[in-house]
Write a protein that binds this ligand. Structure first.
Ligand SMILES: [Zn+2]
Ligand SMILES: [Zn+2]
Length: 362
């Protein structure tokens, strides 16, 4: 009874040995499979469960200043072609750069830094991400045809991107001066003339705002604007970080410290608070607004979020586009074909000329 049949063994759900990541049934390499959220053997297809029962909780902001655990089971590699730095789990052998696709990757002596607390694993398989990219590229009217043809699964790489999320309750007091425009009628040389004037008034009061899981990008490799475009990432249900998720997917190094990210986050919070205050008033001109904010219950999470990166070289320039590895949202710049733009301009000019000629004839 205890002896399992071959078939049972093949699709065994027993946990994999995390020190080797070798398939128990054939000795092959097992990697993370987004479709099943399990480890899958690249050779025989056996799959193995990952313990994903723990959703992480926020930590107190004071712990961020003190540091955290060292990420010792990983190493930092650098791409000699585009300079991108990637963190790989120790056992990884051959990889291509996620940003430019070359294999010109060397190991560095750099330390990978802090170990992530949580992760939101890839949910969308590469083939599906590729279909999204192909559809998106087709809709880009001015992109060169060679770009559209270049969008292939091989040119798409998944990478985990480090982010901090912050929670805080803010209490602000404020005072300021706003102005409201109105129309005043005057008689000038016997004529009634409308003039716009501004009536100024002082404001003051209190505003509380609660922030939950505000995301700040810790790596500058992917532009912040792009991350905003492809948000949201399900950081609220981020799982406890496990090396298994990095099998087959590298992570980007971070170049902003936790405190830098917190300062950036406070700026985002401050502008939100200001917007909320101003929303309370009917005004046209902001003359002055002074806000004094206290931040309470500040908490953070340091999480890896999944992104697919596509790359394309056009006229010696590298173009990247990005797909959210959880929900499939896509963003990024495509090259622009000068020929296509010129052609469109000519067509428009021809149409305008045609319309003018028709009007003149009539
Ligand atoms: Zn196997
Ligand atoms: Zn590269």
């Amino acid at each position: 009874m205890s002896e399992k049949s071959v078939e049972e063994k093949l699709y065994s759900d027993d946990n994999l040995d995390v020190s080797t990541f070798k398939c128990k049934n054939c000795g092959g390499e097992a990697v993370f499979d987004p479709k099943t959220q399990k480890m899958k053997c690249l050779y025989c297809g056996s799959s193995f469960d990952i313990d994903n029962s723990t959703v992480i909780k926020e930590r107190d902001l004071s712990e961020l200043i003190d540091g955290g655990d060292v990420w010792d089971e990983t190493e930092v590699y650098q791409c000699k072609s585009c300079g991108a730095k990637e963190i790989l789990s120790n056992q990884e052998v051959s990889v291509k750069c996620s940003f430019c696709g070359t294999s010109n990757i060397v190991k560095t002596e750099e330390l990978p830094g802090l170990k992530p607390q949580g992760i939101t694993p890839f949910k969308i398989p590469k083939e599906q991400a590729n279909q999204i990219a192909v559809k998106w590229a087709k809709q880009k009217l001015y992109a060169p045809r060679s770009f559209k043809k270049s969008v292939k699964a091989e040119a798409l790489h998944g990478i985990y991107n480090p982010v901090f999320t912050f929670d805080a309750l803010t209490k602000s007091s404020y005072n300021g001066t706003l102005g409201k425009n109105y129309t005043r009628y005057r008689f000038i040389n016997g004529k009634r003339v409308a003039q716009t004037e501004t009536r100024y008034f002082n404001i003051n009061g209190f505003q509380d705002v609660t922030f939950d899981d505000l995301l700040v990008q810790a790596s500058s490799k992917i532009p912040t604007g792009i991350i905003k475009d492809i948000e949201p990432f399900p950081t609220k249900v981020a799982l406890e970080y496990r090396t298994e998720y990095l099998r087959g997917y590298p992570a980007s190094t971070y170049d902003k410290s936790g405190s830098d990210c917190w300062n950036e986050c406070k700026n985002i919070m401050d502008s939100t608070i200001e917007r909320q205050i101003l929303k309370r008033y009917d005004y046209d001109v902001k003359v002055r607004l002074a806000v004094n904010t206290t931040y309470l219950n500040e908490q953070y999470k340091y999480v890896l979020v999944p992104v697919y990166v596509g790359h394309y070289n056009y006229k010696k320039k590298l173009y990247n586009f990005y797909i959210n590895g959880f929900n499939g949202k896509i963003g990024g710049k495509t090259p622009v074909s000068a020929v296509k733009v010129t052609f469109t301009v000519f067509i428009i000019l021809a149409l305008v000329a045609g319309v003018i000629a028709a009007i003149m004839l009539l």
